[in-house]
Design a protein around this ligand. Structure first.
Ligand code: AMP
Ligand code: GLY
Length: 417
């Protein structure tokens, strides 16, 4: 099978790594990719937001399957353009991707499907904003309605800061604060059949101890030893299947990856957000544990034949990933700094630990930073403690001037807390 992956972050590197290990895949392309992905896939330049250009490239490459990684092309309808060219594509239509593209749309779907989530108001005027802030009280949760790369959400006890963020958005969702640990659960679906993956936990805040601003995600681990073993079944029944059914009944079936961001509150599981694609960095740890070859699962989603797929098989191993981010991330990050230590990790820590590239590019012989999140250092082990030790050992070999990473990824879970 010839597969073309669209995107160029650590999630796409993880996808390409798994696909490159799949005996069914005999040609693997990534567009636009990055310096790390170039080691497992052939890179092609493309404007990932241009559906016609992506469809042309897929046709030219005679791709049997296109996998669209990031949310922006999905919301822009890139999967629709590829589908219209007659090529199977893993990823939802632009309309179905509104589940991620508009928080207000997601809330509407959840209300119709009876999916548990935070109570919320959609506000467009300062008066509505004040009313909603007062109705819920502190801590305030204020979400830009549109796509914001994980940075559109402000959670704060400071009413003035909450109000200022709300007034900076055209349309804003203000909602009830949800307490409790967060879990990311992914499911692969073809619009009818839903196949859950293993849960992971993401670390959204920039600094140790969950301090600092929200980011796209600074690290992740899987499995979750503290979670109820029935969690996946429960979320399938109360969240994933009803959401997929609701979207099908609306005439906008959702196929691809449905990402449920969940809070495990004292009153039960609540959806914090939906995404329409694999999460980053959670994908790095979930795919590290997946034993089932990936290509046929993705192709069955694309073709609407997921009911033919046997249950997914998983390794006993635990996995941890630690994100190395640029100086000044998540504000305007500094880029263009050389990265050292990659060969040392490949030589001394593989196969248990490896580096997935997020924002990197090649400059002559050097690999340099090219984005906010630069690398996602991933490791497996017989338990979280071992995976964590291996991941941080590999992190310690990497040099990147001014870079930052969290030192507490998976620490509590590894200690059984
Ligand atoms: P989102 O982009 O919706 O995932 O929000 C980013 C982060 O903000 C989430 O991962 C949570 O940590 C936090 N957050 C979002 N909504 C809520 C909420 N209703 N209550 C508490 N924290 C929230
Ligand atoms: N790690 C959070 C996300 O992918 O949205």
């Amino acid at each position: 099978m010839k597969v073309l992956v669209i995107g160029g972050g650590a999630r796409e590197h993880a996808l390409c790594r798994s696909l490159s290990l799949d005996p069914d895949v005999n040609a693997l392309y990534c567009a636009p990719g990055n310096a790390g992905i170039a080691e497992v896939a052939e890179l092609r330049p493309v404007d990932a937001l241009d559906g016609e250009a992506v469809a042309r490239l897929a046709t030219e490459l005679r791709a049997d399957l296109v996998v669209v990684g990031p949310e922006a092309p999905l919301v822009a309808g890139v999967a629709d353009a590829v589908r219209a060219a007659g090529i199977p594509v893993f990823g939802p239509s632009g309309e179905a991707a509104q589940l991620e593209g508009s928080k207000a749309f997601a809330k509407d779907v959840m209300a119709a499907a009876g999916v548990p989530t935070a109570r919320s108001y959609v506000c467009t005027t300062p008066e509505e904003v004040d009313e909603a802030l007062d109705a819920f009280g502190a801590p305030y949760v204020v979400k830009d309605d549109g796509l914001a790369a994980g940075k559109g959400v402000v959670v704060t006890a400071d009413r003035a800061a909450a109000r200022a963020h709300a007034l900076g958005c055209d349309r804003v969702v203000i909602e009830e604060f949800l307490d409790g640990p967060e879990v990311s659960l992914f499911a692969i679906t073809d619009g009818v059949t839903v196949l859950p993956l293993q849960p992971a936990q993401d670390f959204k805040r920039a600094l140790d101890g969950d301090e600092g601003p929200n980011t796209g995600g600074m690290g992740a681990y899987s499995p979750l030893p503290w979670a109820d073993p029935k969690l996946v079944d429960e979320v399938m029944a109360s969240v994933l299947q009803p959401t997929v059914d609701e979207l099908r009944h609306r005439g906008t079936p959702f196929s691809g990856l449905l990402y449920a961001g969940l809070a495990i509150t004292s009153r039960g599981v609540r959806v914090i957000e939906f995404n329409a694609r694999f999460g980053d960095p959670e994908t790095q740890v979930v795919l590290a544990r997946l034993r089932t070859p990936l290509a046929s699962v993705l192709l069955n989603s694309a073709n609407g034949t997921l009911d033919a797929e046997p249950p997914l098989r998983w390794r006993e191993d635990a996995a941890v990933t630690v994100v190395i981010a640029s100086h000044n991330y998540p504000e305007t990050p500094r880029t263009g700094d050389p990265i050292t230590g990659l060969a040392e990790v490949a030589g001394q820590d593989a196969p248990h630990a490896y580096v997935l590239h997020a924002g990197t590019r090649r400059e002559g012989d050097a690999v340099v930073s090219a984005g906010g999140r630069v690398l996602s250092v991933t490791a497996t082990g017989s338990d979280l403690a071992e995976a964590r030790t291996r991941a941080y050992k590999a992190v310690s070999r990497i040099g990147l001037d001014g870079s930052q990473y969290r030192t507490d990824i998976a620490a509590k879970a590894a200690e059984g807390r």
